[in-house]
Design a protein around this ligand. Structure first.
Ligand SMILES: [Zn+2]
Length: 374
């Protein structure tokens, strides 16, 4: 009898422990679905949701914040997207830094920090990636989500066996959840295609002249520290590269292959007829040669395995003990955006966009990200 009571006690205890573990794990899992706040700069003139441009996105996990900064003087319109790939933190954080510091004197700037909002609600399976990383600021720590390259399968499932994207290219199944393969989108297609279509509608409605999509890639991947340009933007990109070079920043110039379809800059250029570039910085949590993936690796970018790979000549970037910190990668993106805007002003003065308030890249390099996040 006494024994039996002990058994019941143990069982109840284990059930309570199990329920507590499930509750805590469930709470942690669901917390991935809430987006951290962005605190736009006082220069913000309008805040919209992507669903304003494609109402079919309202209430879906594909809807996302759009920050619009208009200058008093007329000029061109530029769209900057971060978070097309939510596992490329410098693209996302650079767009947040823009949204939190920008003032526009001439023309208009549209910033979408989380282009694929659904990708921020999960991370890549079997990668043991941290869910978040932290940047210290004067007002306390800012926590950011490290998401997935792809739309959350909970939001878009199942994948087809083969995926024919809206541009007519056959791709492997999971690319149906890659926003950077789903352009120009379909208004009633998969969620990711609807997001792409929503961005195309925004480009039309806001009369965007130039699109800049911010990305990162693995240090062992050749298209890195690069400006990838659409055919019609070759001169724009070349001018930007020269001015970056004169400031001591090396960027490769990469012509986007015309037969690789469905990418943001490709279809923004082909379908919407606007100027379009993509900027890449090195992301040490994205490659295959890295060691353990930690939140510190996201922010500090230091990895012994990459150091070894670099000494063996396996990387496409310079890499030493200093690593590739997030602040340096954001500095490169900001410098890239400024240089491309400068080129636009030189080539098409009537479409010039003049921005203020964005920290100079050298300051971000020297002072880190903290002072430039609200
Ligand atoms: Zn990317």
């Amino acid at each position: 009898m006494k024994n039996e009571r002990a058994h019941i006690g143990t069982s109840v205890g284990l059930l309570v422990l199990g329920a507590a573990a499930a509750f805590l794990a469930g709470r942690e899992f669901l917390s991935m679905r809430s987006a951290e706040p962005v605190h736009p700069a006082p220069g913000l003139t309008r805040q919209e949701l992507l669903s304003r441009y494609l109402p079919a996105l309202a209430g879906t996990p594909g809807d996302t914040d759009v920050y619009i900064f208009e200058g008093r003087e007329p000029g061109g319109t530029v769209l900057v997207t971060g978070g097309t790939h939510a596992n490329e933190p410098a693209g996302y954080v650079s767009a947040v830094v823009l949204a939190e510091n920008l003032r526009v004197a001439k023309g208009k700037v549209v910033v979408i920090p989380r282009a694929n909002a659904s990708g921020f609600t999960c991370n890549d399976p079997q990668e043991a990636n941290p869910q978040r990383f932290t940047v210290e600021t004067a007002g306390g720590p800012r926590v950011f989500r490290l998401g997935s390259r792809l739309t959350n399968p909970v939001h878009q499932w199942p994948d087809p066996t083969l995926y024919e994207n809206p541009a007519g290219q056959m791709l492997s199944a999971s690319e149906v959840r890659n926003l950077n393969r789903c352009y120009p989108g379909r208004p009633r297609g998969y969620l990711t295609e609807r997001v792409a279509y929503g961005i195309m509608e925004l480009i039309r409605e806001e009369k965007v002249d130039l699109g800049i999509d911010l990305h990162e890639s693995a240090p062992e991947y050749p298209v890195i520290n690069a400006i990838v340009f659409h055919d019609a933007s070759a001169e724009l990109a070349a001018l930007a590269q020269m001015s970056l070079q004169s400031e001591g920043l090396e960027f490769r110039l990469e012509a986007s292959p015309p037969n690789l379809r469905g990418l943001s800059h490709r279809e923004w250029g082909d379908t919407a007829g606007i100027k379009a570039v993509l900027i890449e910085t090195p992301n040490p949590v994205q490659g295959r040669l890295k060691g353990r993936t930690t939140a510190a690796l996201v922010v500090e970018g230091k990895d012994k395995a990459y150091l070894k790979a670099s000494r063996l000549g396996r990387l496409f970037i310079p890499y030493d003990e200093k690593g590739v910190p997030l602040s340096e990668r954001v500095a490169r993106h900001l410098a890239g955006v400024e240089a491309v805007l400068q080129s636009l002003a030189e080539l098409e003065p009537e479409k010039a966009v003049a921005i203020e308030g964005v920290p100079a890249w050298r300051r971000v390099l020297d002072e880190g990200l903290g002072p430039f996040l609200r």
